[in-house]
Design a protein around this ligand. Structure first.
Ligand code: HEC
Ligand code: HEC
Ligand code: HEC
Ligand code: HEC
Ligand code: HEC
Ligand code: HEC
Ligand code: HEC
Length: 380
């Protein structure tokens, strides 16, 4: 068997095992150990206020659709002559095909680069055929969908919500040969990635501090800074190491847990890191970089990212973070010190995610900042 086929098989089998454990148990519901998502605002107002508009916080939503509903921009044309119209009606927003019409029920993607949309039908979520491609400012064919005609029957598995939401409730999971049939509970979802998705369940923390307002030390909550380097990386890698074979329900991940308990070892990893797709694989690319390997456990995602604020496109701030370690450099010619990024972490096309924008004849790749920090003039 080819390694890829083996991986796909393992993926399906482990999904079946994980999901069959969920049948009837509703393990996807958050449970009493979780506080109300908004409760953190009372005592952590500054963090909460910047976090609430970040890409994590709004990565899934019942609204937040970015594309245009005004003619002539509200259309996508297929090669067989059919089309889908984006329509705003009194009862909501719809994708109207020649044969079928469905509502924009859920938006996946904050709107940094692309959004894709789901509709609800009989306990299942389906992906709508048209996505929005932000750099082009146009509606586009959803990635992997046929360019010839609209397709409305792509079912969305719960794994999608495992990285793009904070909770989704499953009603029932059935096995049909090698195909998993998941039935969801309607309107039982915590949209976006909230504080407890990274910090773990915090009901006890909230109750304690409500009762003891004089206490200045955080209690009943993991101190992230006390975790070791691998544990801090794993907190992010649970979602930033690409689509891997799951071993355990990702909603159960807490800071301090090991990624290796949640996903199976990565057998698909190419020998040369530069061959790895830039989409989603931030953890693998970073850890293959010389910066990481030579930093002896001093580098994690927080070396450059503030998890509570969007610093997107502020390349000067990121370059400062490089210079925390690289106080001096040995460039042969003088280089800009306010942008180390474009030379050493260029935005590269993803092979996995391409979008065909309306009116274009060939698809455009999603472009993602690589986390393989390197000298690109030498890398072949
Ligand atoms: C009633 C007040 C209160 C509420 C509500 C509250 N916290 Fe805290 N939290 C504190 C105090 C006090 C500290 C210690 C001082 C600090 O680090 O801000 C703290 C510290 C923390 C820390 C840092 C722990 C450390 O030492 O590194 C985290 C993480 C945290 N809280 C998360 C949360 C989350 C998530 C929520 C919402 C589910 C929340 N808190 C709600 C009072 C509260
Ligand atoms: C529960 C899954 C999950 C976890 C945990 C997670 N991320 Fe993300 N992250 C995402 C998703 C999904 C996106 C894409 C959001 C979008 O634009 O819709 C994202 C986007 C980002 C972005 C780009 C957004 C921007 O504003 O530039 C950064 C940077 C990032 N994550 C860093 C981190 C770091 C650092 C950690 C760990 C401290 C982390 N993430 C943990 C799922 C996660
Ligand atoms: C993407 C993952 C992620 C999310 C979501 C997240 N945090 Fe954090 N948080 C971290 C990490 C990582 C650290 C440690 C940062 C460091 O090492 O400087 C941290 C540190 C903290 C601290 C202690 C240090 C400080 O900066 O004061 C508090 C308090 C805190 N977070 C509260 C919150 C609250 C409240 C929310 C929701 C509004 C939230 N966090 C959402 C990852 C996250
Ligand atoms: C293993 C975690 C994971 C899974 C599963 C996953 N994603 Fe993502 N997704 C991410 C991360 C991380 C990003 C942002 C970083 C990147 O593009 O490398 C992202 C980005 C996106 C974006 C672009 C957001 C933006 O504006 O940049 C869309 C749209 C999206 N995902 C849709 C989906 C859909 C639909 C599914 C399910 C069929 C899915 N994703 C499954 C982790 C995941
Ligand atoms: C935590 C500290 C740290 C941070 C932050 C850091 N680096 Fe490094 N980097 C290192 C170390 C250590 C080396 C190895 C130096 C050596 O070989 O002596 C290195 C090596 C490099 C190299 C040489 C790579 C090669 O293949 O030869 C480049 C280029 C580089 N870093 C650029 C950057 C850029 C750009 C940033 C910011 C985006 C950055 N670094 C952030 C520690 C860091
Ligand atoms: C050496 C600095 C550095 C480290 C360490 C680092 N990043 Fe980044 N990251 C960046 C820079 C610079 C960007 C580009 C920011 C921009 O263009 O807005 C970026 C962008 C991102 C993006 C958005 C990519 C895109 O183009 O959509 C994600 C997601 C992300 N980082 C996740 C992570 C995760 C997860 C980790 C830890 C495994 C991590 N980063 C570690 C510097 C770093
Ligand atoms: C115009 C592109 C460019 C910019 C901007 C740039 N670099 Fe480089 N960097 C290179 C090239 C090319 C090399 C290989 C050596 C050479 O040809 O000078 C290199 C080499 C390096 C090295 C390895 C050699 C050494 O000094 O140890 C480090 C580290 C590094 N760069 C860090 C940085 C940092 C930090 C910044 C931002 C302050 C930065 N670079 C800005 C192109 C660039």
């Amino acid at each position: 068997m080819h390694p890829r086929q083996l991986i796909v098989c393992c993926f399906i089998i482990s999904c079946i095992i994980i999901l069959s454990q969920c049948v009837g148990e509703k393990t996807y519901l958050r449970g009493e150990q979780f506080a109300e998502a908004t409760s953190c605002a009372t005592c952590h107002k500054n963090i909460y206020d910047t976090y609430i508009s970040s890409a994590h916080s709004i990565t899934s939503s019942p609204s937040n659709v970015k594309g245009s509903f005004i003619s002539p921009d509200n259309v996508f044309h297929y090669s067989n002559g059919s089309k889908v119209l984006m329509e705003q009606r009194d009862s909501g927003l719809f994708q109207v095909g020649d044969q079928e019409t469905h509502r924009f029920d859920i938006t996946i993607g904050s709107g940094r680069k692309a959004q894709t949309y789901l509709y609800w039908k009989d306990g299942r979520y389906f992906q709508l055929p048209i996505s929005y491609f932000v750099p082009a400012g146009k509606w586009a064919n959803s990635p992997g969908f046929p360019a010839t005609h609209p397709k409305f029957d792509r079912m969305i598995p719960s794994t999608c919500f495992g990285c793009h939401s904070s909770m989704v409730a499953l009603k029932e999971v059935k096995m049909e040969r090698l195909h998993i049939d998941e039935e969801f509970e309607r309107n039982k979802m915590v949209f976006g990635i909230d504080c407890q998705r990274c910090h773990g369940p915090a009901a006890e923390h909230v109750q304690f501090h409500m009762a003891h307002p004089e206490e200045k030390e955080g209690r009943h909550i993991t101190r992230i800074r006390d975790l070791n380097n691998q544990q801090q990386l794993d907190m992010c890698a649970i979602c930033h190491s690409g689509l891997k074979t799951p071993q355990k329900n990702p909603f159960g991940f807490k800071p301090g847990d090991a990624l290796s308990d949640y996903i199976y070892p990565d057998l698909s990893r190419p020998a040369r890191p530069q061959e790895m797709d830039v989409h989603g694989n931030q953890y693998q690319l970073l850890t293959a970089s010389k910066c990481f390997m030579k930093s002896k456990g001093m580098m994690d995602c927080s070396s450059c990212h503030n998890p509570h604020t969007s610093e997107k496109n502020d390349l000067q701030v990121f370059s400062q973070r490089c210079m925390n370690c690289h106080k001096t450099t040995n460039h042969k010619t003088a280089v800009l010190t306010d942008n180390c990024i474009d030379c050493h972490m260029p935005a590269l096309p993803s092979n996995a995610i391409t979008l065909l924008a309306n009116g274009e004849t060939s698809p455009t790749a999603d472009s993602v900042r690589t986390h393989l920090i390197a000298i690109y003039t030498r890398l072949k």
